[in-house]
Design a protein around this ligand. Structure first.
Ligand SMILES: Cc1cc2nc3c(=O)[nH]c(=O)nc-3n(C[C@H](O)[C@H](O)[C@H](O)COP(=O)(O)OP(=O)(O)OC[C@H]3O[C@@H](n4cnc5c(N)ncnc54)[C@H](O)[C@@H]3O)c2cc1C
Ligand code: FES
Length: 301
């Protein structure tokens, strides 16, 4: 199947497909997280950083609906494409996913949504909280391919909660990115939040900064508000409970800001579309990566 043309945006319009994927690698990653590699046919579109797929477990499964996962790596292997994911087993669906062994099959729908607009000119600043580190390392690699280096900010409660820190350091050494750490208790990097770390470093980085962030909503809100105060663009990967991933079920609304409502009305009036309606954007089609100015942060959970 092909995604509707309305998906064209700041990143790209892409067609999605639903394929059978094979578990190629599945391992512990620390802190209750796991790394999963799924092999898909090369005909499956190549995801960009910030995009996601819907993973559907084969029957019998404890959950009916697929679960959304951000793509954290893409590798080509012969006539196959290998997609990497970093996830936490938090409930019935992800616990069942964690029990899939190498060689098992799942269904994958994607690539879905809009990714990070890495082409925006300025100093690329990637800001990660917790497992948000993985899709942003994928972004750092894409920037490197485009001949650009990033400033990478990574924050967590404490040193132990910096998921995959050693891998992140190795990866950034390879792609020429600079790592800045912050922990609430000061056990690694600056004592304080990742926004406080940003605030300290910002004056030494060539303006304008262009922020791309992934992590808990509270962190994204703090990053977005900080960037908006300074007039710098920020692009934030939001999450919502998702059933279809394609704009049909209307289950993942995000309240638009006044500016974004006016923009939607100017283009489409009050007619709903797969991107949402004048009041609400669908996280799965218009996002999951949103410009901070486009959301009503007083209504984000
Ligand atoms: C676009 C997108 C990308 C995502 N990427 C990743 C990823 O790369 N790695 C990863 O570990 N998780 C990711 N998630 C979250 C992941 O989809 C959920 O953790 C998963 O759906 C939970 O399913 P479950 O059946 O295990 O848990 P459920 O039984 O459905 O829920 C268990 C707990 O998790 C909470 N929860 C469920 N869905 C979400 C959600 N979307 N966001 C926050 N909390 C949730 C529930 O409220 C509940 O407390 C992503 C979500 C979205 C929307
Ligand atoms: S998940 Fe169905 S509309 Fe977004």
């Amino acid at each position: 199947m092909t995604a509707p043309a309305t998906l064209g945006g700041s990143t790209r319009a892409e067609s999605w497909s639903q394929v059978v994927a094979r578990v190629a690698r599945h391992r512990e990653y620390g802190l209750g997280h796991r790394w999963l590699d799924l092999e898909v046919p090369r005909s499956f579109g190549r995801p960009v950083s910030g995009q996601f797929v819907q993973i559907l477990l084969g029957a019998p499964a404890p959950v009916l609906l697929p679960r959304p996962m951000s793509v954290a790596a893409v590798r080509e292997r012969g006539d196959r494409r290998v997609l990497g994911f970093l996830y936490g087993a938090v409930g019935a669906g992800t616990v069942a996913l964690s029990q899939q062994a190498v060689g098992d099959q799942v269904e994958v729908l994607g690539p879905l949504g809009r990714g990070y607009p890495l082409e925006v000119p300025g100093t690329p600043v990637l800001v990660a909280g917790g497992r948000g580190v993985a899709p942003l390392l994928f972004a750092a690699e894409a920037l490197k391919r485009a001949g650009r280096r990033c400033e990478f900010f990574f924050g967590a409660r404490n040193k132990a909660a910096l998921v995959g820190l050693e891998d992140a350091q190795r990866w950034l050494d390879r792609v020429g990115g600079r790592l800045h750490l912050a922990t609430d208790d000061g056990s690694r990097g600056l004592r304080g939040t990742v926004v406080e770390r940003l605030e300290r470093a910002a004056g030494r980085l060539p303006p304008p900064l262009v922020i791309h962030a992934c992590g808990p909503h509270a962190m994204l809100e703090a990053v977005g508000r900080w960037a908006m105060r300074r007039g710098w663009p920020s692009f934030l990967a939001m999450e919502s409970v998702m059933a279809c991933g394609t704009g049909v079920c209307r289950g993942c609304p995000m309240a638009r800001s006044a500016e974004a409502k006016a923009r939607y009305r100017a283009r489409r009036g009050d007619s709903p579309s797969l991107l949402g309606n004048a009041e609400y954007a669908m996280c799965c089609t218009e996002g999951p990566v949103f410009r901070a100015e486009d959301l009503d942060w007083d209504k984000v959970d």
